[in-house]
Design a protein around this ligand. Sequence first.
Ligand SMILES: *[C@@H]1O[C@H](CO)[C@@H](O)[C@H](O)[C@H]1NC(C)=O
Ligand SMILES: *[C@@H]1O[C@H](CO)[C@@H](O)[C@H](O)[C@H]1NC(C)=O
Ligand SMILES: *[C@@H]1O[C@H](CO)[C@@H](O)[C@H](O)[C@H]1NC(C)=O
Length: 165
Amino acid sequence: MDTNECAVLKLFVIGVLVNAWMLRGLSATDSFNMEPTPPRPRKVCNESRLQWEMEGCGESFKQDMAHIDPQYWCNLTHFISEYHFFTLCTEKRSHEVNCYWPNPLVESYIIRIHKHFFSNCTMEQVVWVDPPDDTLTILILIPVFLTLAMIALVVWCSKRSDILA
Ligand SMILES: *[C@@H]1O[C@H](CO)[C@@H](O)[C@H](O)[C@H]1NC(C)=O
Ligand SMILES: *[C@@H]1O[C@H](CO)[C@@H](O)[C@H](O)[C@H]1NC(C)=O
Ligand SMILES: *[C@@H]1O[C@H](CO)[C@@H](O)[C@H](O)[C@H]1NC(C)=O
């Protein structure tokens, strides 16, 4: 692969990342925030505050779920918007306290919420709840891998152009 192809590939990967991020941004927040998550937050992630913020998201989710008849708690159709809102809440507040999203603390909190609400759900009742942590992990890992792939590509491409130059 020559340097030109490298450049095109880089642009493509950046395009994919920007798109993914913009789509998330658009659906995520009322205020469209043009700042992408910085690769290294300038301020340090305050974990105790993050924990506190997650409890807040969890509380809202619990209140939302309380409006839903517990017999429907295993039916994703009935709480998808509440769940979506909860996920957005964790993301927004993580950024507010200068933490990456997702991060291990948020993940373990989400898993705790899952255990609380969906522990009694069986496979027949809801397909995705039995391996919720796996599904979640995959969803969470996609952007992480995309980022890693881009970094690897940039490094590799710059090495190539060093050799070629
Ligand atoms: C983190 O947040 C807590 C609660 O808001 C605060 O008391 C604490 O001083 C903060 N720690 C740092 C290192 O900023
Ligand atoms: C799950 O079942 C147990 C035992 O029947 C019950 O105590 C608990 O409240 C149930 N949890 C949920 C989230 O429905
Ligand atoms: C979930 O709820 C929707 C809408 O009420 C219903 O059509 C669907 O059959 C339910 N699914 C299960 C697995 O109970």
